[in-house]
Write a protein that binds this ligand. Sequence first.
Ligand code: ADP
Ligand code: MG
Length: 437
Amino acid sequence: MRLSGYFLPTLKETPSDAQIASHRLMLRAGMIRQSSAGIYSWLPLGFRVLKRIEQIVREEQNAIGCHEMLMPTIQPADLWRESGRYDAYGPEMLRISDRHQRDMLYGPTNEEQITEIFRSAVRSYRHLPKLLYHIQWKFRDEVRPRFGVMRGREFLMKDAYSFDADKASARRSYNKMFVSYLRTFERLGLKAIPMRAESGPIGGDMSHEFLILADTGESEIAYHRDFLDMSLAERQIDFEGDLQPIVDDFTAQYAATDVERDPEAEKALGDALITGRGIEVGHIFFFGTKYSKSMDAGVSGPDGDEVFVEMGSYGIGVSRLVGAIIEACHDEAGIVWPESVAPFKVGLINLKVDDPDCSAACEQLYGSLGSNGVDVLYDDRSERPGVKFADMDLIGLPWQVVVGPRGLKAGVVELKSRKTGEKQEVGLESVLSMLST
Ligand SMILES: Nc1ncnc2c1ncn2[C@@H]1O[C@H](COP(=O)(O)OP(=O)(O)O)[C@@H](O)[C@H]1O
Ligand SMILES: [Mg+2]
C-alpha cells in the first residue's frame, strides 16, 4: 500500500475525551471514528487489524470442528418471548418494530436464534455433538459505553454454541473450546488467564472468563503467580483425544474475577497471590438445558426417549480485542503490534522522495517484498522525515525499513524493530530475505 494514496487520517493532538491509551491510540492512528456513543466506524487501518484478529479466531474455531455460519443481526421478539428473556433482558436490548408493528430486536447474543435453528433441523442424538459459530455484530445499549471499542454498544463478537446429548459429551465440547481459546489468545500475542466465572443458576465449574492483564481493565482479578509462566507452547494437542489433562493444568491454580473471588483461598496463597485488573476477552459457559427446555429443543436418545440437549455458549470479543491488544502492546510513541495481527508487517520509509535513487530503491523493495507475500505500507509522501518516523511509530508496524540517500551510497538501508527499537544497517538483498520469512 502506498501511503500517498491510502486513507490514514492520523491525529497529532491527543483526543481529550479518550481516557485510556488504546482508545487514544486508535483515534490518533486513524483506526476508528466515533459515530455516536459506543458506536464506531472502522477506517482502513483499523479494519485490517479487525479482520486479522477475526481470521485467527476463525481458524482456531474451525480447528476444533466448529462450523461457521451467519445469523442476522435483527431478530424477532417472539423467539425471546419463548425463552422468557424478552422481558428479562432489560434496557440493554435495543427494541425495534417494523412497518407492520412486529416487535423485533437488534441481537445482543444468539442463544434463542441458534436453538430455533437447531430444533428445526436435528432430531436424533446420532447427529450430536454439534458446534456452530458466527462472527457478527451485536448491540447492547450499555449504560456506560466507554474506553472506545473496549465497551461499545455495537461490537463484533464471535459466538459459538455447543449441542450435546449428555453432560459428559458437553464437557468434551467445553474442553475443546477451553483449549481452543488458549491457542487463540496465544496466537494473538496475548497472555490470557482462564478464570473461574459466575456460572449462573446451574452452578458447577464450567464457566470461565479469559482475561488479559491490564491496569485499565474493568474486572478485578486475583490469580496464582504460576499462571504467568504457563503456556501451551510445545504441547501436542489432539482435539479428538482427551483434553481434560490440559484443562486441569490450566484450572489447578486459583484464578478468579469479581464476585467469584474467595477471600479464604486468597489468604491461603500468601505470596503466590497476584491481584490486579484485567480485560475480559473471552467467556465460555455451559448452561445445560436452560434454552433447550424453554424452547423445546429435544432429540431422541439411544433408548428412544426424548432428551433436551445440553448446551453451552462461547464468546470472544473480536472488536474489544483490538483495544485490548493495544493496552497490552504500546509505548510512549504509539502502538507496537504483535506480528500476528499487525495491519502491515513492514513500513517502508522513503526519506527523500525527490531523490531518484531513493525512489528507485524503494520501488524495487516495495515490489519484491510484495511479490514475496509481505504486506508493506510504503510511505512515499513528501513529508519531513520527522513526520514519517512519528507516524510509523504511532501506527506500530513490526518492522521499519528506512531508505535514505546516504545509506544507499553504501548500499544499505536501516532496519528497525518497532518492539525493541533496535536498528541495524543491512544490504538491500538481505533486508528482502530477512523480512520475507
Ligand atoms: N459492550 C461490549 N463491547 C465490546 N465487547 C464486548 C462487550 N460486551 C461483551 N463483549 C465481549 O464479548 C464477550 C462475550 O460477551 P459476554 O460474556 O456475553 O458479555 P458480558 O461479560 O458483558 O456479559 C466478552 O468476553 C467480551 O470480550
Ligand atoms: Mg462475560
